[in-house]
Structures are given as C-alpha cells and as structure tokens.
Design a protein around this ligand. Sequence first.
Ligand SMILES: Nc1ncnc2c1ncn2[C@@H]1O[C@H](COP(=O)(O)OP(=O)(O)O)[C@@H](O)[C@H]1O
Ligand SMILES: [Mg+2]
Length: 476
Amino acid sequence: MNPLWTRHEIAQATGGRFIGDVPGVTGVSIDTRTLEPGDLFFAIRGDVQDGHDFVPAALSRGAAAAVVSEERASEFAEAGPLLVVSDVLRSLELLGVASRARSSARIVAVTGSVGKTSTKEALRLALMPQGVTHASVASYNNHWGVPLTLSRMPRETGYGVFEIGMNHPGEILPLTAMVRPHVALVTNVEPVHIQYFRSVSAIADAKGEIFAGLEPGGTAVVNRDNPHWERLRAHAFASSAGRIVTFGEHETADVRAERIIVKSDTSIVDALVFGQRVTYRLGTPGRHIAINSLGVLAAVHALGADLAIATLALAEASAPAGRGERTRLSLGSGDALLIDESYNANPASVRAALATLGSAETGRRGRRIAVLGDMLELGPEGAALHRALAEPIEAHEIDLVFTAGSLMQELFTALPRSRRGEHAPTAADLAKTIVQAIRPGDVVMVKGSNSTRMSTIIKALKEASSTDHAVVAAEG
Ligand SMILES: Nc1ncnc2c1ncn2[C@@H]1O[C@H](COP(=O)(O)OP(=O)(O)O)[C@@H](O)[C@H]1O
Ligand SMILES: [Mg+2]
C-alpha cells in the first residue's frame, strides 16, 4: 500500500497523539455517508451535526482512525484507533497545509460570484489528459471544503484545481493562504449574497482576496468584461502576483473571444489567446459558459499546460444536474426538452439561463417556458431585482413564465399578461401545474435558489415523463 498519509506524517502535521494501530491512511473523510475504508475520519463540528456523534459509525465502516478532540476522546476508548488533537478543524487545516508543502503540483484556485464550480470542472477536464489532476468535489469551497480537498491531494498530483467560495468579507483570505495557488482566477463579480455586503464593490474586494495567496510571481486572471475588473486588478497589483492576465470579449483582453456562436446544445468560440487564434467547440451551451471558458484557457496557459489538448477536452463537457443538465421528456406524442437549473439562482445566473433558453431550439409549435423560484439572500433590493427580470424575459422572447415564491410574485405581476403562466406560493404547489402545461416541442427551464426546492418540479416532470399518462392527458 502506498498510503496517502503515513502515521508519522499525520502526527507531524497535526501534532496529534495516536491511540491504537494506524500504519497509514488511504483517504480523508468528514462524512460517514461517503466514507471509504482506510479513510482518516475528522470529527468536524458543522452547523447542525457534530462529527463526534458519528465516530463509532465511521470506525465500524472501516475508517483507519478517527480524529477527535481532547475533551471527547475518552468516550471512544473502545471504538477503535484515534488521533487525539486539541481542535479537529484546525488539525484538518494543518494536514492540508502539509499536503500543499509536500506537493510539486501546479495549482489553480477559482473564485467568483457565479461559475466557480462550472469553471473548476472545466479546468479539471482540460488538465486531466495532461497530468494527474486533483480537484475539489462538488462545491467544497469553504472553511472545511478547502482544507479537506488539500488534505486529499495525492502525492503524485501534477495539477491541483481548487474552488474557493465565501459569503462574507475575509473568508477567502485564510483559504487562499492554505492553497497558495500559482494561478488565481476570478470568474466575475455580481450581486450574490449581497445581503452580507455594503455594495457590489465590497464583493469585488472580497473576491480580490484570492490574489493575496498567490505564490510569488504567480498569475492573477481577471474578467475584463466585468464592471469591477479594475478593482480586482488593484488587488492583484497589491499581491505578489508576477502577472495579470485578462479574459473576455473586450478588445484589450489577453484571452479574447472574437466571436461566440451560441447554438441550441453547443457553442463555437473564435478566440485569440495572446494573439494566437484558437477555434473550439464547447459541449455545454450558453454564452456565459463560453466566457468562463476564456478564463479556463487563460489559466491553462498560465499553468504552462497545452491549449489544444484543453480545448479538445472542453468539447466533451456536459452540464451537471441542477446546472443546466438537459433531459428529453417523452410525452407520448412527442418530446419536450427539460433544462435543469434548479441548483441555485441569483440575478446573474438567471439572466444567463434565460439567454440560453432563448437560444434553445423548440420543436414545431413548441414554446420556451421559464419556471422560476425565488432568488434568495438579496437583501432589501430583492423585490426590485426580481421585477427586473421582466426585461431579459422580453429580450430573449421567453413565451411563458411560471413562478413560485413571494419574491417571484413581484416578477409575475410585472410581466405582460401574454407571458404569464401561473404563480404559486411554493415549488410543490406549482409542480402539478407545470406537468399539465407542458406540450411536445416545448423547452422548459427550471431555476431557483436551492432552498426553494425547484428540484421538486424537475422530479415531477421526470416522473411524469417515464410514466407518460399525466402529460399525455394534458396535451389537448
Ligand atoms: N459567467 C456566468 N455568468 C452567469 N451565470 C453563470 C456563469 N457561469 C455559470 N453560471 C450559472 O450560475 C449557476 C451556478 O453555476 P456554478 O458553476 O455552480 O457557480 P458557483 O459554483 O459559483 O455557485 C448555474 O446556473 C450556471 O449555469
Ligand atoms: Mg460552487
């Protein structure tokens, strides 16, 4: 066995004390539901649960050892091997820092208001054919997600891809200091989690923190099209970055799209990468994804990886569930297309999704239908930001809009009658209406903040599709 961490390395990194026989560990876990035998289980305290309550379960599922705090160690004397530390989360951070210190990987860190996970996944795809690539799982981008991803990084990693997120000022700083990226990319700055900030400029400052962790001489990658790009650039200047690279459609961008052709299920991009012409296809449709891809290429270039291999890989990308995943719904006499955007929503991502819906091809007599749930965490501007969506709905010629939630009601009443479908208080109340409204040829896009449970509607549509009857009955 070539362990991820030997007993000696773990003890050195964390300063903890082992009890029991632990030669080494093959993985790191904080969640018994996904734990693999051989993992080192850290009993982290979350918002709801305390990992200490799951120590016996972790050990019986084959954890090599459980990392527990001094105060509670005595409870687990009989449960199995332990690593006793003064602070469990701190020890995970220390293991992460040790992982970074031993690694010779080229590291890229991604933050931004929207598109972090999409960009992180695109970077993973682009780098995977070029070396052993290790990347954050899902959106593991916070105070535990980042050290967890670091501590899991295999020794032989060639490229490390880290997503870093935040809800408040100051949160990115300690995370980027752990990751110490060679390349740091900010996808964009938008009013997301705005209720925790004074202004969108304050969000730019918080995103700009990522550059403070750059290795000396590293590369800061900034979206030139974003209204806050100069503010980001100022943060990069103040850091130890050796270079600032811009991307976007702006004519001065270092990585610049000259032309983006958005098709129903793909986009074609003509780009100039430091003056070199590159034309590529993206497996995930949408103008916003094309813009993100310019940032991906800028980062690939800055890492010293191959652009041609990267662009070939991007053609293979497909949108994950909740972030644009497409499903054909079989409606008996024909098909409809479902676009699942139910994972989250804010003004930027809803506008992007409406644009993509607008360029989706409908079947004969099909309609473009948006099903929208509330965008949360927008603070006092919330109602106005919802009403303002009437404009992109008009611009992208969305035929029908269904809404759920009290904020989306603001939008519903702001829409012209011809575009109004129905409004309901919750997603669950709307599900049946949507199932009955959909017809062959339609394209339906469902989006809302995760906690509005718009995924309930996705589930209902898929179930109706597999059993057929509900939808067929509604056709006439
Ligand atoms: N550049 C962008 N502009 C607007 N919306 C975007 C952009 N990139 C991605 N999105 C959309 O934002 C939503 C969240 O994407 P994701 O990559 O998960 O972002 P994050 O990790 O930052 O939350 C998805 O609906 C996605 O399609
Ligand atoms: Mg994410």
